[in-house]
Write a protein that binds this ligand. Structure first.
Ligand SMILES: *[C@@H]1O[C@H](CO)[C@@H](O)[C@H](O)[C@H]1NC(C)=O
Ligand SMILES: *[C@@H]1O[C@H](CO)[C@@H](O)[C@H](O)[C@H]1NC(C)=O
Ligand SMILES: *[C@@H]1O[C@H](CO)[C@@H](O)[C@H](O)[C@H]1NC(C)=O
Length: 216
C-alpha cells in the first residue's frame, strides 16, 4: 500500500515537472550579437550589429538597411539614463546628438507575456541538432504593438521577434551569433569627436525603432 502511494506521488511529481510552464525571464545584462531585420510592409531588409549594456542602460547599434534599392548605413549609440542618442558618422568624424525620450527596455520576456508553446528548432534526434525555445505573445505596454517572441529555454536569449506595428507594418527580427559579455566596453562611450557636439533640441528620438529609422 505504501509502495503504491509512493509510486503515485512520484508519478504525480514527474507529471508536474513536465507540465511546468516556463516563467518569463531576463537575458544576461551584457550581450553582443547580430540580427536580421525585415520590415515587411516597406520591403526593407537589413542586418544589425548590436551591443547591449543593461548596467549602464546603453545600446549601440550599427545597421545596414536595404530600402527601395538604396543601402543605408547608420551607427547609433543610445544613452537611456542620460536621455541622449548619438548618430555617429565615422567616415567624416562627425556626430549628431539628439534628445532621446524613452524608458529603458531590457531584453526580456515581459512579465505579462502569455506563454504560447515550447518547441524545438531543428531536432533532438541527435545531440547538437536542436535548440529548445519558448514562444510568448503579448502587447507592448502603452502602445498598440503586438508581439510574438521566441527565447531560448536555457540562457534566456532572444531568437526571434514578430512585431505587429501600426499601419499593418510587420517587423521581424532574427537574432544570431549572440555572445554573452562585451568584448570592447568602449563601444558604449561616444567617440571623442562627439564631445563638443551640441544637443540638437529641434529633433527628438522617441524609441529605438525610431532611432534606427531616423537615417531614412
Ligand atoms: C530596383 O532595382 C531593380 C534592378 O536594378 C529595378 O528593376 C527596380 O525597378 C528598382 N526598384 C525601385 C523601387 O527603384
Ligand atoms: C558627414 O556625413 C554625414 C552622412 O553622410 C552627413 O550627413 C554630414 O553632413 C557630414 N558632415 C560633414 C561635416 O561633412
Ligand atoms: C514558435 O516560434 C518558432 C520560432 O520563431 C516558430 O517557428 C513557431 O512557428 C512558433 N510556434 C508557435 C506555436 O507560435
Amino acid at each position: 500500500m505504501q509502495a503504491i502511494l509512493l509510486l503515485t506521488v512520484s508519478l504525480c511529481l514527474a507529471a508536474g515537472s513536465l507540465a511546468k510552464e516556463p516563467h518569463p525571464c531576463k537575458s544576461p545584462p551584457l550581450l553582443e550579437g547580430s540580427l536580421a531585420l525585415a520590415i515587411l510592409k516597406e520591403k526593407t531588409f537589413g542586418v544589425e550589429r548590436f551591443a547591449y549594456n543593461a548596467f549602464d542602460e546603453r545600446v549601440h547599434v550599427r545597421v545596414l538597411l536595404d530600402i527601395d534599392n538604396k543601402t543605408i548605413y547608420s551607427d547609433t549609440l543610445i544613452l537611456y539614463k542620460e536621455g541622449i542618442a548619438f548618430e555617429i558618422f565615422r567616415h567624416n568624424q562627425t556626430c549628431k546628438k539628439v534628445p532621446f525620450k524613452d524608458h529603458w527596455k531590457p531584453v526580456e520576456i515581459p512579465k505579462d507575456a502569455k506563454f504560447q508553446s515550447q518547441v524545438i528548432i531543428g531536432s533532438f534526434s541527435a545531440p547538437g541538432d536542436g535548440l529548445l525555445v519558448n514562444n510568448w505573445s503579448g502587447e507592448v505596454a502603452e502602445s498598440p504593438v503586438k508581439y510574438l517572441i521566441t527565447f531560448t529555454e536555457f540562457g534566456c536569449l532572444p531568437v526571434h521577434g514578430w512585431y505587429d506595428m501600426p499601419d499593418q507594418t510587420l517587423l521581424s527580427m532574427s537574432f544570431y551569433d549572440i555572445v554573452i559579455g562585451v568584448e570592447d566596453p568602449d563601444i558604449f562611450i561616444p567617440p571623442s569627436f562627439c564631445d563638443k557636439v551640441e544637443l540638437n533640441s529641434d529633433r527628438e528620438t522617441t524609441s529605438l525603432f525610431d532611432a534606427l529609422m531616423r537615417s531614412l
